[in-house]
Design a protein around this ligand. Sequence first.
Ligand SMILES: C[S@@+](CC[C@H](N)C(=O)[O-])C[C@H]1O[C@@H](n2cnc3c(N)ncnc32)[C@H](O)[C@@H]1O
Ligand code: SF4
Ligand code: SF4
Length: 280
Amino acid sequence: MVFQERASRDRGVIQDNRLMELHLYPGNRCNRDCDFCTVFGSPKGWYHDYTSDHLDAVLRTVILHDLGAVKFYGGEPTLNADNVIWAIAYLRDHGFTGAIVIYSNGIQADRLLAILTSDPLGKTTASLNYSIATGDGAPQMPLTSLHKLEAYETAHPGAIAIGHPDIVDSGRGIDPFTGQESRPKASHQCPHCYPVLKTDGTVHACPFAVENPAPHFQLGDLSSDPEAIAQNFRAFFTWLEQVHEPYAIEHNLPACTVCGSHLDDLPTPQFLEPAASGTP
Ligand SMILES: C[S@@+](CC[C@H](N)C(=O)[O-])C[C@H]1O[C@@H](n2cnc3c(N)ncnc32)[C@H](O)[C@@H]1O
Ligand code: SF4
Ligand code: SF4
């Protein structure tokens, strides 16, 4: 397989109250329903288009120059390819010059390639679902799709990466996972991801737990002051270090299991109040 893993970047970077990375999530509607899926992806999942209100909030929240990154996931972004292509054009028209990443299962390869080639700056790349690219833990994507994507990566090295093989206990989680035993699963330490703007208008602290409505994850909403979002993101990291990780170690639990099943035992992070109003 020609795809390489993408190098991981620094965690928790904030400059002038702007986050280095932001995930965008339009719901969990998907053309698959992987038995390990962290967001409960399914053809019956929910979905709302991105609008200019969402993207204006992105432009207020993320670093706009080359260091910044906006990451589209879901659900499956190729199911709403026209809206994703429109959103990329909107971000470029309004001054975002950073990287754009599309997390995709690659099944709709032509649509994925149309998204990548639509970027006028040529800085939109894809990250494929490891299980669906390899067939380890999920039915493999059609070989016609795989070969198209491999040919594109061969012609444009670095355009299409493969995701990490790790499986975390979030959403459908570890127990239903049918892939190789050797795939990494448990760690007491949270990977410290960047937050998510959801098309329901809320800002959630974790892309893996994005369907978990606990107050521990609520950083704000579309109307929030970007400074409040940045401050609440810092408060979430402090909580991870001072409350969440010590609990995971004390109870010998994987980090994501604590978020999935034990948050009732833990106080919420010290967010600005009210987190969602924009009036800290
Ligand atoms: C939720 S999917 C959404 C985008 C697209 N449908 C896909 O599968 O790539 C985004 C990424 O999360 C990964 N993922 C899903 N469930 C996971 C789990 N339990 N642990 C770790 N990664 C997971 C997928 O493999 C994929 O790389
Ligand atoms: S991991 Fe991706 S492809 Fe699989 S069900 Fe979840 S969203 Fe869909
Ligand atoms: S430990 Fe919690 S916050 Fe960290 S990735 Fe897992 S679910 Fe998300």
